[in-house]
Ligand binder design. Structure first.
Ligand SMILES: Cc1cc2nc3c(=O)[nH]c(=O)nc-3n(C[C@H](O)[C@H](O)[C@H](O)COP(=O)(O)OP(=O)(O)OC[C@H]3O[C@@H](n4cnc5c(N)ncnc54)[C@H](O)[C@@H]3O)c2cc1C
Length: 490
């Protein structure tokens, strides 16, 4: 039956996508139901992109259990799925004697969590490694295994490979009801009017995981968003630091960080403010001030005038569980939680996925490995900006000879070509945000001022979607909510 599955995963952020990819290694029918028009539109699109070393998490917690094994899996994942990942290392810096003592606490915590190759570094060594750090720093805890990625590229790669291996992704499917039928199988209904059946449900619904669990009368946790404001700086600042730089943390956050992003620009943030509102994505004057005060203390060269954009991410923090992850079986046979996955959830996601697969097996779903599972992603598009950065014009010329659309620049700030936009559309990204996350078109200095109409023209041409139905991020976010004739898009 078309809508009948062994496992339904609710939510396609990094956690749902990692689980889908893990399960796609086995001979089972899997569906991922996502409420948005594209994947990674929840918390997974708005975070710091750090693959943490693992010294922050308290021993005995689920965070600690999954963070180091998660980190370790990234080399192989990056090789198989071809998303950018660099082990740059992270430094937690100390400014006084008290903070030097805090470094020792986290060093010990790191040892408990089996974080490899950590060192406590003195002032000179720190400044030798990162000359643009404040000369007032007295020392740092260094974890060289920490890395940086682009979180949505990682999510796209996971779900893309899962789909290549047979998993189904169903977008615009907001789960509105879950129950059990007479055969004790799950029935899942969506607002779009569809009904699905499954033996097993994995709840990976991020901020809404508590509401999904409540359908099964599971009420022992509540998700309270913890808001984080982040600020992206101009590429000019890109060379200021190579490694992720943290202050000594507070009780509910790692503090404001200065983060080199995988695509070049530096990011600063995030704040950590609890809020009852699951849709509050507003940045604030106070947040900006707090972020820059702390960031400038560590890296005096970061300037507010360098900001090109800002965003907010909401951590799905679970209350009633000491803020730890909520992962595993529940009192309802076959209903499994992957909930409350706040930071370091991105880092932990590949290890969480393996664990969920074990739980599903224990819940009675028969898992037989596929002989034809292909771990390598097929739909990887050449990113022209990487060739231009390396000034590899010979290779660029060869690519253009094969496909002229690689010679047409659509986004001038980030050097994104028409061929890349077309590839993203054919890969299923049909909103402006989806294409932005897949290609970087619109993320640069002009913030899509130049390329929006060009991208709309290509979406229209490739998909036939009328101009007035093209959206930023799904229904309700139409860019030009009135009919426009073809050709007026430019
Ligand atoms: C500011 C900030 C910085 C962070 N930095 C880091 C970092 O550097 N490193 C790190 O390891 N972690 C970091 N994190 C944490 C990390 O981003 C999260 O742990 C991770 O993204 C959670 O992924 P998820 O898949 O559980 O949730 P989400 O990405 O939110 O995915 C849940 C999905 O479920 C969908 N959904 C919800 N309800 C329904 C429904 N009813 N029906 C269908 N679909 C539904 C949503 O649309 C969403 O796509 C950070 C978080 C924040 C906010």
């Amino acid at each position: 039956m078309k809508n009948d599955f062994q496992v339904i995963i609710i939510g396609c952020g990094v956690v749902g996508a990692a689980i889908a990819r893990e399960l796609s290694k086995f001979k089972i029918k899997i569906a991922v139901l996502e409420k948005e028009a594209d994947v990674s539109f929840g918390t997974s699109k708005a975070n710091s992109g750090i693959i943490h070393g693992g010294f922050h998490s308290l021993q005995g917690s689920l965070k600690a259990k999954f963070v180091v094994p998660g980190n370790r899996k990234y080399d192989r994942l990056c090789e198989e799925l071809e998303f950018p990942f660099e082990r740059r290392g992270e430094l937690m810096v100390a400014f006084d004697e008290d903070e030097l003592r805090i470094l020792q606490i986290y060093y010990k915590r790191g040892l408990d969590n089996k974080v490899p190759y950590m060192e406590i570094l003195g002032r000179e060594r720190v400044l030798e490694m990162e000359p643009n750090l404040s000369p007032d720093i007295l020392g740092a805890l260094y974890a060289p295994t920490a890395g940086i990625i682009c979180p949505y590229e990682y999510c796209f790669a996971l779900i893309g490979n899962a789909r290549e291996n047979g998993a189904e992704l169903l977008l615009n499917q907001k789960v509105s009801w879950i129950g059990k039928n007479n055969n004790s199988r799950f029935v899942v209904e969506t607002e779009a009017g569809n009904s699905f059946t499954a033996d097993c449900i994995v709840n990976a619904a991020g901020l809404y995981a508590d509401e999904i669990a409540q359908h099964m009368r599971i009420t022992d946790f509540k998700i309270v968003p913890r808001k984080g404001e982040e600020y992206l700086l101009d590429r000019r600042v890109g060379t200021l630091i190579k490694r992720v730089v943290f202050p000594c943390p507070s009780s509910n956050s790692k503090g404001m960080l200065v983060i080199p992003t995988i695509d070049g620009p530096v990011m600063v943030g995030p704040t950590a403010i609890d809020t009852e509102n699951k849709t509050d994505y507003s940045t604030t004057r106070e947040g900006l001030k707090e972020v820059f005060q702390q960031a400038q203390r560590m890296v005096p060269g970061v300037r507010i005038s360098d900001i090109i954009t800002s965003f907010v991410g909401l951590r799905p923090a679970a209350v009633g569980n000491d803020g730890d992850f909520i992962i595993g079986k529940t009192d309802v046979q076959g209903f499994i939680n992957a909930a409350g996955i706040q930071s370091p959830g991105l880092t932990a996601s590949p290890a969480i996925a393996e664990h969920i697969r074990e739980v599903i097996t224990k819940e009675g779903v028969k898992m037989e490995l596929k002989s034809n599972f292909d771990p390598h992603r097929k739909t990887v598009c050449t990113k022209i900006r990487h060739l231009l950065e390396k000034r590899d014009f010979e290779q660029y010329g060869k690519i253009v000879d094969k496909n002229k659309a690689y010679s047409k620049l659509v986004c001038r700030c980030e050097n994104v070509t028409e061929a890349e936009i077309i590839a993203a559309i054919r890969d299923g990204h049909t909103t402006l945000d989806g294409i932005k996350f897949a290609t970087r078109a619109g993320t640069g200095r002009c913030q899509a001022g130049f390329c929006t109409s060009r991208v709309m023209e290509i979406i229209h041409r490739e998909t036939g979607i009328p101009f007035d139905k093209i959206t930023k991020k799904g229904k309700g976010s139409e860019i030009a909510p009135y009919p426009i004739k073809k050709g007026n898009g430019n």
